[in-house]
Design a protein around this ligand. Structure first.
Ligand code: 6R9
Length: 653
């Protein structure tokens, strides 16, 4: 085990608190205990049944899984369906056209409501508009939008015409956007003039302009949603307003059925090397598991629930649990554009009260921030509509879990701590509300039909009370199908560490009851506020600055954000005379501009030397000790043992 995983594990205390389901909740729960036995008896039959029950197929499938060429899976391979039809039209056809699909609240307080009938109409228009712009089945569309309904409409319009979307988080820089556009060879970009961040306009279009400035990308058209009304530069012949292109298009559109393995989207995520991986998801299997988990893990009642997932559509949680899961299930949901503390720190709770939110799905980093702001703030609002609370993105420490349960959930709502990844497409490990007795801090049990396990270095399962690596033994419907354009890396990254198993990259432990506890990444991927960042990517940005000779980045434990980025940098001789503080700040800004604000190091320490082994490998483990304020560990393999003393002394200043 690497030190990254063994550190939290060593001080993991035994958890005695357990919350058994309320009997009334359990009796009527959507998920019943029998699901586990059903899936265990015949896993493929179980998934085939879910696929047929939860989705509408244009052509039924005859084969559930084709695993003849592992790790390249085909699920429901000869079936045909349309993702947007499943998320929209069929609800209207079933007589639920008047049900609210989206309650939208903008940061400035403007609101919009879309019923299923209205949302279907908007998506049909967008599908016609994109087709008229030359987008065809199999093409890729880059989406660089804030959390506004047009983001959902764009994604579903792509799905409707068989084009794969590639959503790039609006906080990412022009360079990050360009590299993703190039990798996917996107034809169209959909963006907005901008959005708001804490009451101030925050631009998006300039980043698209910068990304495409050399005129040499594959992009032919940029569709621009007018959102914050700030002035934008315009490239004639390339740029067009959403209002001129989409809103004027015909609302007549018949969805064509595509093969179950039709690419649905590419979503880039940080890997252990600098280059982000384009995770590829396809249609039938992905929708099956997104819908199954959304329904069962959140105890969804589409007729009465008001569901709110606070994730941005730039992340996988926004794909599976804002767009596909909820809409395929015909749910009513809230989408909020802005920050939680604008115009006041009670904004989220005000929204829960205003819309009567019943299911809330958010991240530990948000919960810890709210804890810091104090319980009086949520205490000032009526949160009694809430009935299920979810957590995702990083391990939730028992203290935050207990606060979430007590202060937000009124000691009444079951908490589901859901473990999954961009690669897994949907929730894999989680309690089921009404079924599982929940335990603060643990994601607990693999869902029915999922064969997650914890294994040791040799791939043998660990016993209860032991730690190791999290793996998935058998293919699952929403698994990634490939890394876009890089099948070798796909095999290498996920399927080579352990024979015949999927390697998740997370350390995990089974407690005495056999429940799973997640212990964080075992590779060089950091988790900052639930967002995956690669140390290598930030290091390569730093050494890209003319003043920097070498850089090492570590993720240090942070009370609020889970981890924080800490950088250690050696300057080039030419920059040696510069003021250290000014230079640190310059480098922080440089990373922010290069990758995005979330990647900005909390601290950039300028050092004379980095700790290296004789073979020249930087010992990040030691830097992490310094960054986390620990005594520096075993440094005997260092080429120069004195280096660490100097760095530790500088850091403490
Ligand atoms: C959905 C999502 C995936 C990584 C994953 C793990 C961490 C996510 C977690 C969790 C502990 C949970 N992670 N959920 N760790 N408990 N409930 O976050 O996808 O952005 O790809 O990140 O996040 O380390 O490997 P993604």
């Amino acid at each position: 085990m690497s030190s990254d995983a063994s550190t939290p594990m060593d001080n993991l205390s035994h958890e005695d608190r357990s919350f058994t389901p309320d009997p009334a909740f359990a009796r009527d729960a959507v998920a019943q205990k029998t699901l586990y036995a059903e899936a265990d008896a015949d896993r493929l039959a179980f998934w085939a049944e879910q696929a047929r029950e939860l989705l509408t197929w244009d052509t039924d499938f005859t084969q559930t899984l084709d695993w003849s060429n592992p790790p390249f899976a085909r699920w429901f391979g000869d079936g045909k369906l349309n993702a947007a039809y499943n998320a929209l039209d069929r609800h209207v056809e079933a007589g639920n056209g008047d049900r609210v699909a989206i309650h939208f609240e903008g940061e400035p307080g403007d609101t919009r409501t879309y019923t299923y009938a209205q949302l279907t109409e908007e998506v049909k228009k967008a599908a016609n508009a994109f087709t008229a712009l030359g987008v065809a089945a199999g093409d890729r569309v880059a989406v660089y939008l804030p959390m506004i309904p047009e983001a959902v409409i764009t994604m579903l319009a792509c799905a409707r015409i068989g084009a794969a979307h590639s959503v790039v988080f609006g906080g990412f820089s022009a360079d990050a956007l360009r590299s993703r556009i190039d990798d996917a060879e996107a034809k169209l970009v959909v963006t907005a003039d901008g959005t708001w961040r804490r009451g101030k306009p925050s631009a998006l279009k300039p980043a698209v302009d910068a990304a495409l400035a050399d005129g040499r990308s594959t992009v032919e058209t940029v569709v621009v949603v007018k959102r914050n009304g700030e002035p934008v530069d315009w490239t004639e012949g390339r740029d067009t307003w959403w209002s001129d292109t989409v809103e004027t298009a015909s609302a007549d559109h018949t969805a064509e059925a595509f093969e179950a393995e039709q690419p649905l989207y590419i979503l880039y995520t940080s890997g252990t090397t600098g280059k982000p991986k384009g995770i590829l998801h396809t249609t039938g299997g992905y929708l099956t598991q997104a819908a199954f988990t959304h329904r069962n893990v959140f105890d969804l009642r589409p007729e009465t629930d008001v569901y709110w997932c606070t994730a941005d559509i730039g992340w996988v949680t926004g794909h599976s649990y804002v767009v596909y899961g909820p809409l395929v299930n015909g749910a009513t949901q809230l989408i909020y554009e802005g920050t939680p503390d604008t115009p006041h720190q009670g904004r989220w709770w005000e929204l829960v009260q205003k819309y009567g939110v019943t299911i809330l799905y958010t991240a530990p980093t948000a919960i810890r921030t709210m804890m810091k702001w104090g319980e009086d703030i949520p205490g000032g609002f009526d949160l009694s509509s809430l009935r299920v609370l979810g957590s995702v993105g990083e391990p939730i420490n028992p203290e935050a879990w207990m606060w979430y349960r007590r202060v937000i959930g009124g000691d009444r709502c079951p908490i589901v701590d859901t473990w999954w990844q961009t690669e897994t497409g949907a929730i894999m490990i989680s309690p089921l509300p009404g079924v599982t007795a929940t335990k603060p801090g643990s994601a607990q049990v693999p869902l029915p039909g999922i064969t997650a396990d914890v294994v040791d270095d040799t791939g043998a399962p660990v016993g209860d009370g032991e730690a190791g690596y999290l793996v998935i033994r058998e293919p699952w419907p929403s698994m990634l199908r490939n890394i876009w354009g890089d099948p070798d890396r796909f095999v290498q990254t996920y399927w080579s560490r352990f024979e015949g198993m999927y390697f998740a990259g997370d350390g995990a432990k089974k407690d005495d009851d056999g429940d799973v506890w997640l212990l964080g990444r075992v590779d060089d991927v950091m988790n900052v506020s639930g967002h995956r960042l690669s140390t290598a990517e930030i290091e390569s940005s730093l050494v890209g600055h003319p003043a920097v000779a070498e850089a090492a980045v570590v993720g240090a434990a942070d009370e609020t954000t889970g981890q924080a980025v800490i950088a250690f940098v050696i300057l080039r001789g030419s920059a040696a005379g510069e003021d250290k503080e000014t230079m640190s700040e310059t480098l922080r800004q440089h990373v922010g501009k290069d990758i995005g604000a979330i990647a900005k190091p909390r601290k950039v320490l300028i050092v004379p030397e980095l700790p290296k082994t004789r073979s020249g490998k930087i010992m990040r483990r030691l830097l992490k000790d310094v960054a986390e304020g620990r005594e520096v560990g075993d440094a005997t393999t260092l080429a120069d043992g004195s280096v660490m003393n100097e760095i530790a002394a500088d850091f403490a200043k």
